[in-house]
Design a protein around this ligand. Structure first.
Ligand SMILES: C[S@@+](CC[C@H](N)C(=O)[O-])C[C@H]1O[C@@H](n2cnc3c(N)ncnc32)[C@H](O)[C@@H]1O
Length: 541
């Protein structure tokens, strides 16, 4: 054995040992050395007048395996762009190399490039080693097919998981871009718009977080600290994601920093489709950390644990993340969409019927509150809300003083029934009708909910204030389906002893429609029925 061969042998066995010990960073270094040694030897051999074909073939085999193993180590460190480059270099030497095809398939799958992943797993079956791993490869093939179908058609079904109380591993999801397009918005900068008429519950998009950080918050002081630590970790994760993937960097750079939004470019929808290949690594590009921090301030979302709330569990769970296409959705206090967090994915669906061309909006903060409170929350988000409801309530000068008095009364603990009555009478005097009435009822919904939830209040006020169903319908017209509203409807059904087969059939149907707006069509009708019936029976709901 030549000295060069011996040196290669030593580096190879050390690199393999590190790979087996899962010391990814160090094994990458050694495989890089091995690759250099192999390439130098191959080039030397080619310079020989009579190169030994057997030796050359062995060297090529070694080079292919070194690229393949370095790809595996890089993929473990989520450095997918460079891992894919290694896979391609290995496959140029040996196009059916099983281990490389398998590794490349798995990387493409985690990048949500289902169709390309499918091709890799299919090709892996042609390698003799593929036959030995038939079950595993077939398992991946099936998974790719399922996700590719979901991503193409938007057919998701979360019924079993939801009915199971959101326990256990969440279902596997594909990314999906539904009937939506990014366009210039009258609210601010760019926004997302419906490309066709949609009914409540229609799925609009499913997208995986660029980065996410979760934790459990303790009491007041420790909660603030925990939140700060989580925010720092989250920034580090985003930084890492941007460094490792140029596509991520390009996408993040398209997001708003909250300033000069009218100047921002309107992206083509193709950039949100995961099948579009990124172009190389982001090495050499300088990160503008100040810009990224502003982008995170403006676009990060806190996970809403809808599942926990609906089941009556109030957890200290907190999660913050960045989801790309969802970042183009503007806020409105008159929203028509909701988001549901499932694992690292966010699913956005219509929370009421939406017309083609209408802007898709969801709420960044609680909109079941009065104008002034919403204005404060909007300012803490760094903008002055320009939605239709805020424009209406901001301009309703005649009623402002009286509304303020109602609010102060509620803060001081006056009889809520009296406050609701005063508001309803006020709206008659101010000639507020239609949607305007819905806007104000929504702003004071917690007071209405308290009245409808209390037997004593209802007994006293029911003849002087509108029926619960009337108010629910007008509030839903404004904010779409909402958990707090559903809760009041379910409470009403409970009191009547109603279920799907009980007395309140119309009320049950109303609850079903609300449920669909909250969860979307990803929960099938029968499962929604069962979920509501559980809620009606559950004392803690
Ligand atoms: C997540 S981005 C939404 C997409 C953004 N319009 C864009 O062009 O990228 C959030 C930013 O959009 C603007 N925005 C969202 N909703 C708004 C609203 N209701 N009124 C005014 N500005 C809003 C604010 O500048 C906010 O910081």
């Amino acid at each position: 054995m030549s000295a060069a061969d011996e040196q290669m042998q030593q580096v190879r066995s050390k690199a393999t040992e590190l790979l087996l010990r899962e010391e990814w960073g160090d094994s990458i270094q050694l495989y890089s050395q091995l690759i250099d040694l192999c390439e130098a030897q191959i080039s030397n051999t080619h310079q020989h007048p009579n190169p030994d074909p057997l030796h050359l073939s062995k060297l090529n085999k070694s080079l292919c395996v070194a690229f393949s193993n370095r790809a595996e180590a890089r993929s473990k460190l989520q450095d997918f762009t460079r891992a894919l480059q290694d896979c391609d270099r290995a496959l140029r030497i040996e196009p059916t190399h099983f281990k490389t095809l398998f590794c490349k398939g798995k990387i493409l799958l985690s990048l949500n490039r289902y169709f390309n992943a499918l091709d890799c797993f299919k090709a892996a079956l042609f390698d003799p080693q593929g036959n030995g791993n038939l079950d595993i490869v077939n398992g991946y093939l099936e998974k790719c097919k399922k996700l590719e179908f979901q991503s193409r058609t938007g057919s998701f079904d979360l019924s079993d998981w939801v009915l199971n109380g959101f326990k256990g591993k969440h279902p596997e999801l594909a990314e999906y871009v539904g009937p939506v397009v990014v366009k210039r918005s009258e609210i601010s900068g760019r926004g997302l718009f419906a490309t066709k008429n949609l009914d409540a519950g229609t799925l609009l998009l499913v997208t995986k977080a660029i980065a996410i950080e979760r934790g459990i918050l303790g009491g007041q002081d420790s909660a603030e600290n925990a939140q700060l630590v989580m925010w720092k970790n989250f920034i580090d994760k985003v930084k890492e994601a941007v460094t490792k993937c140029q596509r991520t960097q390009l996408l993040i750079n398209m997001l708003s920093t909250g300033e000069d939004e009218m100047e921002l470019e309107v992206p083509d929808m193709s950039i949100f489709r995961p099948e579009i290949e990124g172009n190389g690594s982001s090495n050499g590009h300088k990160l503008d950390m100040d810009k990224i921090l502003s982008i995170l301030d403006v676009n990060s979302l806190v996970e809403e644990a809808v599942s926990a709330k609906v089941l009556g569990k109030n957890s200290d769970f907190y999660g913050v993340g960045l989801w790309m296409l969802a970042s183009f959705i503007n806020h409105s206090c008159n929203p028509n969409a909701r988001r549901l967090h499932v694992g690292d994915y966010v699913m956005v669906h219509a929370s009421r019927d939406v017309k083609a061309g209408e802007e898709i909006t969801f709420m960044y903060f609680d909109t079941l509150s009065p104008f002034e409170k919403r204005a404060e929350m909007s300012m803490s988000w760094g903008f002055n809300c320009k939605c239709s409801r805020c424009k209406f309530e901001g301009a309703a000068v005649c009623s402002k003083q009286e509304l303020r008095e109602i609010e102060i009364g509620l803060e001081k603990g006056v009889d809520v029934g009296g406050a609701v009555y005063r508001l309803e009478e006020g709206m008659k005097r101010w000639a507020v009708r239609g949607k305007g009435k819905g806007y104000l009822r929504t702003s004071y919904w917690p007071a209405y909910a308290e009245v409808y939830g209390s037997d004593r209040s209802i007994k006293r006020w029911s003849r002087r204030i509108p029926a619960m169903e009337v108010v629910v319908d007008s509030v839903v017209e404004v904010v779409g389906s909402e958990e707090g509203v559903l809760k009041v409807v379910v409470e009403g059904l409970k009191k009547r002893g109603g279920g799907s087969g009980g007395g309140g059939v119309v009320e049950f149907e109303r609850a079903m429609k609300l449920g669909r707006g909250i969860y979307g069509k990803v929960i099938k009708k029968q499962a929604m029925k069962t979920l509501l019936e559980i809620g009606i029976q559950d004392q803690s709901y």
